[in-house]
Design a protein around this ligand. Sequence first.
Ligand code: 26M
Length: 821
Amino acid sequence: VNPMEKPLFELDKDEFKQEIVHHLRTTLGTSEKKASKQAWWMATCATINQMLFERLTSTQQTHLQKDTRAVHYFSAEFLMGRLTANNLHNLGLYKTCEEALKDLNLELADLCEQEPDMALGNGGLGRLAACFIDSLATLGYPALGYGLHYEHGLFRQEIRDGRQVERPDSWREYGNPWEICRPESVQEIPLYGYVETVFGEDCQVRKVWHPGRIIKGVPWDIPIVGFGAQTVNILRLWESRASNFFDWDVFNHGGYVDSQKEKAEAETISKVLYPNDETEAGKELRLVQQYFFCACSLKDIMRRYKRTHTDFKEFAAQIAVQLNDTHPTIAIPELMRELIDEEGLEWTEAWNICKQVFSYTNHTLLPEALETWPVYLFERVLPRHLEIIYEINAYFLKNEVDAKWPANNEIKRKLSIIDESNPRRVRMANLCVITSHKVNGVAEIHSKLVKEDLFPEFNQLWPDKFCNVTNGVTPRRWLLSCNQELADLFTETVGTEWPLNLDALRELAKYADDPVFQKKFMDIKLHNKEKLVKVIKAETGIDVSADAIFDIQIKRLHEYKRQQLNLLHILVLYRRLLLNPEYDIHPRVFIFGSKAAPGYRVAKDIIYAINKVGERINDDPRIKGKLKVVFMPNYRVSLAEKLIPAADVSEQISTAGYEASGTGNMKLAMNGAITIGTLDGANIEIAEEVGEDNCVIFGLTVEEVKELKARGYSPWDYYYANAEIKSALDWLDTDYFTPGRPGELQSIKKSLLDYGDTYLTLADFASYDEAHQRINSLYRDKARWAKMAIINAASVGKFNSDRSIQDYVRQIWHLDKCDIS
Ligand code: 26M
């Protein structure tokens, strides 16, 4: 059912209006005269929830009745952003709601701004999970998302004198209308303690874990409504609390203060999201977080399964668990423990179930991101799980590795779940690969590298285990909802089908040369840019012109993503303009949005450098406004929704081989931005789809990167050979950008020279510069540019997350769609 064609609910704007006012009075306890915007927004959400809950109930009843197989998406992160506009679009109620509010003298878009982002994720991995649960519901698959109910999501970023300052994020401070607490499904989770070996009468050995602590898990459900509102699935997030049982004990012995300490410690588990992205922290609390949400989720799965089954014979047929990276790996030994210790299954029976249930998605090849845990820590926190891991490992090394490579200790050392260095460590990725029936990468090239470079021996053992599922993004949020004018133009041109079948946008290519269509398309782009100009002014005080090229790099800050390459190029352009005021370029605004992990020094220095270089350039009258540099603070989903529709150029410039896929690249192309990118991750597939003429590719390929590294790369060669690189880097030693404080930007230069330029920034510079010159000349041909932009939007059907989900279903999950009455 397509809500763009016919209404799903018999609710006209007058009734909608009545309901909002009703909720304003009876749910929010205020009146039309006194109500704040926040109250109006909450009343609107309460109205939306009436429809949402109706569909939620029928979906959950149908899934139970039909006893459907379901996928359980285990992820430490779900980066949901805001839900109001998205829910309205998916329910087909956006226009109705907008008109109802207009009657009340309110602007829906304005009320939507009241909603805090649900920033329960770092970046790509968390946002992917959010797109996937949207697609699962849209396609009508039974699915649950399982994760953590962080009290504080990713930190809010403030910029003070050019530097990142982290402030706490409090998304629930004034309540959140989308979450429902489910006390009836609370779980109790054991931690710490010791394992007792019990010899039974039948001479059977049993293991009994005597935990040192029990934590309560409270589930909060967020309804996930698919486009068309047939299916409403659930995102279930676990909050940690002190278990009542424990509190009372201490309390009654006069330990009131101690009991408060226990309470605080228990609540710490779901208190805050770790802000690392691509770097393993190795902290005990992180392991406890992972175990906590996996154990809660598996108990929840068991409870639901037992509603319709008396033994575990059907378990693997009913339950698929997808591990979003290695973060939820502990679910594997936890399910083994539940099945063996609690349910009395035999080892091999339990192992066979686990092998069928779990599958694992790898999101990175970076060695510093691969999770390992010290054995001593495991022993203390999860003693029984360590025993189970040892047993899995022994079984694997004996029956699989030794059978294939007899008496080969080197291979055993490499494939073992235990890294025998000092201290010994548990390798979570190895446990994932050994257990899972499928292991997937997130773009073709990445999946190839997972097989060939990361896990070559595992691939020899089980060639059929490895597969690819190229990432995707939901066009409902990333086109329909965030770029409504463009969405309307598309609907006018190709019909209403495209939000469900993005390939329908191929039709647009027919109009790529049509001047009338080009004008409509580019007028919308201009309008989006004008809206962004205001946001930039409000957030940073910087004046920019919508006539300039908006060149956007938005993603977490990491050296491999190479924001420093973009900055180096800006420095070179600036210098050219100073040396030659007639230097002929179309005015350009370079826009950055990016958070750095709080402990990542170089990343924070790069943010500082961008801001300081920006200040100098933006204030320099000599360059006549031809160059502007904007760093937008606090990059997040809701800001992405404003930046992406206004982008002319999409910067996707990672060192080839390092960006697993990227998903921002897809969102930007979908909104008609031209990619300047390396042949990395999904850029390769985007270039294939839009054609090499409609994007600007530069830089070393994966093979060339490998060759150069093997030959021995020296950034100094490029520094001395390229006078512009040398001048730009030497500039950073002066106080030109930090008056009176020379050398403040030196760490950038150091990382690019003294520390070896790990990510080959200087090697790719000349090619990047040349690519930007191509962008410049292409933009000057207005018709040519419009055609490219249209073809981009027309060609990204493949990057719909619905296609990704279909790939998962066919290759990995084997689910059936379920009609909801
Ligand atoms: C690990 C340990 C402790 C704390 C945090 C982490 C951690 C959290 C998030 C590590 C990595 C995290 O995310 C990695 C990530 O976002 N990877 C990106 O995944 C996207 C979706 O597949 C890809 O498109 C990106 O290329 C990839 O970088």
